[in-house]
Design a protein around this ligand. Structure first.
Ligand SMILES: [Mg+2]
Length: 191
């Protein structure tokens, strides 16, 4: 069997704009309206924006509702970029479930509908366990996950997908600022 290189894609951040429904939920629960670019203090949106632990619990609960995951907007360029990656690599989604009764099957359906995935290529893996999944490239917005994955697969290529909250948080490896750059980088590494 011929083997193709494998690209692992984190979903929330690189291809799904989780921040939009999260900021809406924060507004609904707390009355405070934040903008995406105000989230600059590390991966954890809720702590980064200074919510109290009671507020975080209430926001998280309010987001465990049918249709929320299914309605998350796509990130600009992701649909076309995923298709370009597929021209030279197998592409697997590796996504950490947010929680609630609806998330995982809605995430499957979202990835099938918006990104052309087959369900067999969608792995629901908690962030703490993503280092157990082999690929030639991992694209992620969470630096902790990139670091543990790099330890596990030192010959592979962890790539930070840069967003407002992770660009200056101590990642010294490869990074890309959007889908155009990501496809170029992956093609250069794998072909
Ligand atoms: Mg993510």
């Amino acid at each position: 069997m011929a083997t193709r290189p494998r690209v692992l894609l984190d979903v929330d951040g690189p291809i799904a704009d989780f921040m939009t429904p999260a900021l809406d939920a924060i507004h609904r629960v707390t009355g405070r309206r934040f903008k995406a670019e105000e989230h600059t203090s590390g991966w954890d949106l809720f702590a980064g924006l200074g919510l109290s632990s009671d507020e975080i619990d209430a926001v998280l609960l309010s987001m465990q509702t049918p249709g929320l995951c299914l309605g998350i907007p796509t990130v600009d360029g992701a649909r076309e970029g995923v298709e370009e990656l597929r021209s030279f690599a197998d592409v697997w989604a590796v996504t950490s479930p947010f929680g609630g009764e609806h998330w995982m099957h809605e995430r499957d359906a979202w990835l099938v509908k918006h990104m052309g995935f087959k369900k067999k290529d969608v792995l629901h893996v908690r962030a703490e366990s993503k280092h157990g999944v082999f690929g030639d490239i991992l694209v992620e917005d969470k630096i902790d996950t990139l670091q543990s994955w790099r330890m596990a697969w030192p010959d592979s290529h962890p790539v930070l997908f840069e967003l407002s909250y992770n660009s200056n948080h101590g990642w010294d490896g490869l990074s890309v600022s959007g889908w155009g750059a990501l496809v170029l980088k992956a093609r250069a590494l794998l072909t």
